[in-house]
Ligand binder design. Structure first.
Ligand SMILES: [Fe+2]
Ligand SMILES: [Fe+2]
Length: 297
């Protein structure tokens, strides 16, 4: 633990600091993801990493007790969530979280400029950011496959919700930047809680437990960088707005996923979001991630 080494993600920053941090992030993200494959919505380094996992699969010692329960409830909860075992709940909840992310990025990918038409550093950063999010969905898919769930489909939301997600990235920055930042922060909070829950629920499955955590780490390392990057878009007023949005955003979003309320402490997640300062994350993750200069003590 690095207690005290880093400052709150809500720490103030000047315009000059933010400009310099965009340059620094752009440098980081190109190294981190490698070549962007625009047509495949993929990145070279992430693709190689996923291939490594796929080429070296691990399996559960004891297959899932209730795969039907997973398939019946993963898109929409049909059963009483309290009636499902914790492993099923963890996996259906994780799918639902990732599905929201997938819907959001699918809409955004088509409505923001591609790399050839990205002229500002912010646009270029955003393009690579979206490609990374597509890689996350592939990594989540691999997590489910690792648990023997190889018939998972990525199901779109209804047409109206899909349309809303498509419009979102076209909003002007002052409206879009704060919820985009809080969404990334919510991702990191959830993944940190998910990582702990995986260790508890998969305690008797050491190989799968380790693999799930490795796959999740790949995602969390990117998301930690996204938190700083999205924070960097925001000026002083927007930061106040962002802080005020944490509680309603987390509450609304997690209430939509019934599994989360059963397995996780949502109040604690809100608290973690408000207090987020990078210090709780292990050093090996931070080394591979990115933190704004004004959040380093
Ligand atoms: Fe993501
Ligand atoms: Fe993200």
């Amino acid at each position: 633990m690095n207690r005290g080494k880093y400052l709150s993600v809500f720490s103030p920053a000047t315009t000059e600091q933010r400009d310099a941090n965009f340059v620094d992030y752009w440098d980081f993200t190109q190294q981190h993801g490698g070549e962007l494959f625009e047509v495949d919505r993929d990145l070279a380094v992430k693709r190689a990493r996923l291939k490594y996992f796929q080429d070296n699969p691990v399996k559960l010692r004891t297959p899932l007790a209730n795969p039907e329960g997973f398939y019946r409830n993963y898109v929409e909860m049909q059963d009483d969530p309290e009636s499902l075992d914790r492993m099923t709940l963890l996996l259906t909840g994780m799918y639902k979280f990732a599905r929201h992310e997938w819907v959001g990025i699918k809409g955004a990918w088509d409505s923001v400029p591609d790399m050839a038409n990205s002229h500002s550093i912010e646009d270029k950063i955003s393009r690579v950011h979206l490609a990374e999010e597509f890689c996350h969905v592939r990594l989540f898919d691999e997590m489910l496959k690792t648990c023997g769930l190889d018939k998972v489909e990525w199901v779109p939301l209804g047409p109206i919700k899909e349309k809303i997600y498509e419009q979102f990235p076209k909003f002007p920055g002052f409206l879009m930047d704060t919820p985009a930042f809080v969404t990334e922060l919510m991702g990191v909070t959830y993944y940190c809680h998910l990582d702990k829950m995986i260790q508890t629920i998969f305690a008797d499955e050491p190989e799968v437990c380790a693999r799930l955590r490795e796959l999740l780490d790949e995602i969390t390392i990117d998301e930690v960088a996204h938190v700083g990057q999205r924070r960097n878009f925001i000026g002083p007023i927007g930061m106040k707005v962002s802080k005020a949005l944490v509680k309603p955003f987390y509450t609304l979003f997690f209430n939509d996923i019934p599994e989360v309320g059963v397995l996780f402490d949502i109040e604690q997640m809100i608290k973690d979001g408000l207090e987020f300062d990078f210090n709780q994350l292990p050093e090996y993750m931070l080394e591979k991630s990115w933190i704004p200069s004004y959040c380093i003590a």
